[in-house]
Design a protein around this ligand. Structure first.
Ligand SMILES: Cc1cc2nc3c(=O)[nH]c(=O)nc-3n(C[C@H](O)[C@H](O)[C@H](O)COP(=O)(O)OP(=O)(O)OC[C@H]3O[C@@H](n4cnc5c(N)ncnc54)[C@H](O)[C@@H]3O)c2cc1C
Length: 296
């Protein structure tokens, strides 16, 4: 039913969709503070024991503010006793190694991994330069490789050489012209290249068949791996499809600014995303109502 919902004819102007988008975005963040994100992790019970804490900044946040939030996240994570790693976005602090230094030092002293999210393709080279510098301070660093970019195979070789852990995703940003490949095929190509060679691989997808295939490849090669899921996305299908493989599951918990995890442009051109949007607007209302019930 969901994918066939007849929304193709629905051409909502972007301005009219703004309130809906704002409401839908709230379903994807675990709160506005790291404490709220950690409460969500605790409420997930054993399921949330392993998590990724990701401060999502807004366009108004200065690089210094972003760094301060990353530092707070490292400290709160260390105090929580939960198994967390910290995900960061290099463009949000201008790829500046001197700004990042205190975060790396704190992460190093608490043995917490720092992981770099993937953003637009033009940010990748600067992100890998920063990763190489970061390794001089802290050895536990991860990167994200989008399957839909042909360059990710080269970046996977670099990640192996640098000893990084890798999160494989389909990717939210398109590749430059001629460098885009079908996301599922690209995802599996990257996984095959990493299998047996990477330190650790997170299979980050809610696509049940893809997650299963990727995890089987990694397990057969003896590569340490996990399933990493986004808070707020539907999880039952992918958990059911992968349960028998007995791989650890981790939840990525964004907090701070509620960005939608898909582009507005995509939502307008792809009817199935419009359907998710409508459903998520409902989910946000529903989750808030449940939260209020719990508080009473
Ligand atoms: C843990 C994690 C970390 C990520 N980190 C990054 C990153 O650093 N950089 C990056 O570019 N991308 C990142 N992504 C996003 C990723 O690139 C995809 O855009 C996203 O995961 C959707 O693709 P999918 O592989 O889950 O498959 P899809 O086929 O797109 O989705 C599978 C199913 O998930 C559900 N679903 C998918 N999208 C939505 C949605 N927006 N709302 C509600 N339900 C939805 C639907 O039921 C759908 O059938 C991350 C994803 C995860 C899970």
């Amino acid at each position: 039913m969901t994918k066939n919902f007849p929304l193709a004819a629905l051409q909502l102007p972007i301005a009219a969709m703004a309130p809906l988008l704002k409401k839908a975005a709230k379903a994807y963040v675990a709160g506005s503070t790291v404490e709220q994100a950690l409460s969500v992790a605790q409420a997930l019970g054993p399921e949330g024991a392993a998590n990724t804490l990701a401060f999502w900044d807004s366009a108004c946040d200065s690089p210094d503010k972003v760094i301060e939030m990353y530092l707070q996240t490292v400290r709160a994570s260390a105090a929580s006793g939960l198994e967390s790693y910290i995900s960061i976005k290099a463009p949000s602090f201008d790829f500046d190694p001197s700004r990042l230094y205190p975060v790396l030092k704190a992460a190093h002293s608490h043995s917490i991994k720092i992981h770099f999210d993937a953003l637009a393709p033009e940010t990748v080279d600067a992100t890998f330069c920063l990763i190489e510098e970061s390794l001089l301070v802290h050895g536990d660093i991860g990167c994200t490789l989008p399957g839909r970019w042909s360059r990710s195979l080269r970046d996977a070789e670099l990640a192996i050489r640098l000893g990084l852990t890798v999160r494989v995703v389909k990717g939210q940003w398109g590749a430059p012209d001629g460098e885009e490949i079908e996301p599922c095929a690209g995802f599996l190509n990257v996984v095959r290249l990493l299998a047996g060679r990477a330190r650790h691989v997170s299979v980050a997808t809610h696509d049940p068949a893809l997650a299963r295939r990727a995890l089987v490849i990694l397990k057969n090669a003896g590569t340490p791996c996990e399933l990493e899921l986004l808070y707020g996305f539907p999880k039952q299908g992918v958990l059911k499809a992968t349960r028998a493989l007995k791989v650890p599951v981790r939840f990525y918990l964004p907090y701070g600014h509620a960005w939608l995890p898909y582009a507005l442009r995509q939502a307008v051109s792809k009817p199935r995303i419009l359907w998710w949007l409508l459903r998520d607007g409902f989910m946000a209302r529903h989750q808030r109502r449940n939260a209020l019930c719990v508080q009473r």
